[in-house]
Design a protein around this ligand. Structure first.
Ligand code: PBG
Length: 313
């Protein structure tokens, strides 16, 4: 009766990795229990998530190395992997909310989220925004409900909104990775989509476009810009180490707020549990409860399916 925060399956968005072909699901060594799925298995996974009460999925493609180049050209392939995945999922489970990542990192040989400047020491902001708007329009046409720019280029939310509206994609919503820190907790995800391997380093440095983990005020500036540019949902990422930011933003905006419990947060609980040092079932629940208590309305988490199953017992 006095419990203030209650988790529900409808709080979760499940991030899912998709690969070409019908091979058996590929395990990701740094993310126990998470697999890269062919489109058929992906569709089945979406069906079971929806049956468990999880309303949304966020899709991430893993491309073969041979399909990558330094400009991420395949991001604009109208018959690309993720677009085929979206169509298959929407056809099989029309009510599930499908979100796709708008960024170039799964497509570039260097693993950065955009194209690089001539000196190759930074991403070219405006040129990247131009590519991302074309990408968002392709995704909108394929039927995604939310495009989710995770690239952190300046001005991209407004550019995406204008481009979508100009193509009559007024109902394609934007979940903005507004407050995305330059975090070391993304390592396992980079294994999953192959961006670490492409770049030849785990600690791919994205500090010129992602936020300094030391900066609380800057986080609010980034979120306010995305809100003014037309973001429908704002996001804080990672979640667990940034609960203060989630709370700050909850109090600063009336928009729905998402938080992303990232791959490294998932991996650390699994690693400790494997050693018998932490109780996985209890810590995953506590970690998610803390994120919701901090103020998140929805949580992207690799625990979505297991948590939803546990909550519906
Ligand atoms: C990149 C992207 C990243 C994640 C989602 N989109 C990693 C990065 O910025 O390199 C991380 C998610 C996770 O760690 O679970 N566009």
């Amino acid at each position: 009766m006095t419990e203030e925060t209650i988790l529900s399956p409808s709080d979760f968005i499940a991030p899912l990795f998709v690969v070409e072909g019908d091979d058996a699901p590929e395990p990701i060594s740094s993310m126990p229990g998470v697999f890269r799925l062919g489109i058929k298995d992906l569709v089945e996974e979406c069906r079971s998530l929806f049956a468990l009460g999880v309303p949304a999925v966020a899709l991430f493609p893993k491309l073969a190395d041979g399909l990558k180049d330094d400009r991420g050209t395949r991001a604009l392939d109208p018959d690309g992997l993720v677009l085929r995945a979206v169509k298959a999922v929407k056809e099989a489970v029309p009510q599930i909310v499908v979100m796709t990542d708008i960024a170039l990192d799964p497509y570039t040989t260097h693993g950065h989220d955009g194209v690089l400047t001539a000196g190759r020491d930074d991403v070219a902001n405006d040129e990247t925004v131009g590519i991302l708007t074309q990408m968002a329009v392709l995704h909108g046409r394929a039927g995604v409900d939310f495009v989710a720019p995770s690239d952190m280029m300046d001005g991209r939310v407004g550019a995406l909104r204008r481009a979508l509206d100009a193509q009559d994609l007024t109902r394609t919503a934007i979940m903005a990775y507004s407050v995305k820190f330059a975090s070391a907790y993304y390592g396992p995800f980079r294994d999953a989509v192959g961006s670490a391997k492409a770049a030849g380093t785990h600690s791919l440095d994205k500090r010129t476009y992602q936020i300094n983990p030391a900066n609380r005020r800057e986080a609010m500036i980034e979120a306010a810009l995305d809100e003014a540019e037309g973001a429908d949902v704002l996001m804080v990422k990672p979640a667990g180490a940034y609960l203060d930011i989630i709370r700050d933003l909850r109090e600063a905006t009336r928009r729905p707020l998402a938080a992303y419990q990232v791959s490294g947060e998932y991996a650390q609980l699994h690693a400790a549990a494997e050693r018998g040092w932490l109780d996985l079932v209890k810590t995953r629940r506590e970690s998610l409860l803390a994120i919701k208590r901090a103020g998140a309305d929805m949580i992207l988490t690799y625990f979505a399916k297991e948590m939803a199953a546990e909550l519906s017992l």
